[in-house]
Ligand binder design. Structure first.
Ligand code: NAD
Length: 251
């Protein structure tokens, strides 16, 4: 398969790109951080890298064209690019609100549109996987109201896309990670400790205590589910938003 992953320089996106490559697929590693994307692509066989900003339609469209030219027709698109910040709801700034909605929601929507147009033009179906979040299903998350809004939107968007794209044999699903050890989580632990006036160790202890399986998730936990959703084993699954959260939130 040929797979394009956004936000793939680090964290969950990097684990997804690596997992697909290890399974023998050709991967387009894309990220706002073009150098980071290139570093990862050099470490995995059969990969090409592209600098791409999911806030820009023209950047997404030109990257899609370049990836197809380099690797051949696309079969899977994974939208993992995301941002977060933390603040009390009453203190959120326009800048924070706009960035979270632009990258996490609008970026995922435009990426899905570009991917769907490419798949329809190719005429062979396709698979889109959106990286949403536990915060896309559970609003009771402190200090992340704008992020929660941006991720609930992705869960709804996934259902709407799945419905409209099914006639083209395009499946659309989301993954909803819980507390995953990445750079994003490292930043959130520091912000949360500062905002709550507790230690970073206390924040991590809370995350673990909030998880019935009693451990933080790894990027590889999420990558396994992305691989499954893209496989023939998931041929009848579309419109789902699958939790990978150790039981932190069950619905
Ligand atoms: N870490 C967690 O606990 C967790 C939990 C649930 C969901 N998620 C989601 O998983 C996804 C990946 O997060 P992560 O934890 O790996 O974070 P991360 O910060 O490690 O990686 C995010 C990547 O997205 C890229 N990016 C940011 N803005 C971009 C833009 N405008 N265009 C293209 N790329 C951009 C960054 O450069 C970075 O490489 C995000 O959508 C995030 O919301 C993370």
């Amino acid at each position: 398969m040929t797979v394009l992953v956004t936000g793939a320089a680090t964290g969950i996106g990097a684990a997804i790109a690596t997992a697909f490559a290890r399974a023998g697929h050709s991967v387009a590693v894309t990220d706002l951080d073009g150098d980071g994307a290139e570093r990862l692509a050099q470490m995995i066989e059969g990969a090409a890298s592209f600098a791409m900003d999911v806030r820009s339609r023209s950047s997404i469209e030109s990257t899609c064209r370049a990836a197809v030219a380099a690797l051949g027709p696309l079969e899977v698109w994974v939208s993992s690019a995301g941002v977060s910040s933390m603040a009390r709801f009453v203190d959120l700034t326009d800048e924070e609100i706009d960035l979270n909605l632009d990258v996490n929601t609008r970026g995922t929507l435009i990426c899905g549109q570009v991917a769907a147009r490419q798949f329809i033009e190719q005429g062979r179906g396709g698979c889109i996987i959106n990286v949403a979040s536990m915060a896309g299903k559970r609003g009771g998350v402190p200090l992340l109201a704008h992020y929660v809004a941006s991720k609930f939107a992705v869960v709804g968007l996934t259902q709407a896309m799945a419905c409209e794209l099914a006639p083209y044999d395009i499946r659309v699903n989301s993954v909803c990670p819980g507390y995953v050890r990445t750079g994003m989580q490292d930043r959130e632990i520091v912000w949360e400790a500062e905002l709550k006036g507790i230690s970073t160790d206390d924040v991590v202890d809370f995350y673990v205590a909030d998880t019935p399986l009693r451990r933080l998730q790894t990027p590889e936990d999420v990558a396994s589910m992305a691989l499954f959703l893209a496989s023939d084993s998931a041929a009848s699954i579309t419109g789902e938003s699958v939790a990978i959260n150790g039981g932190s939130f069950m619905d």
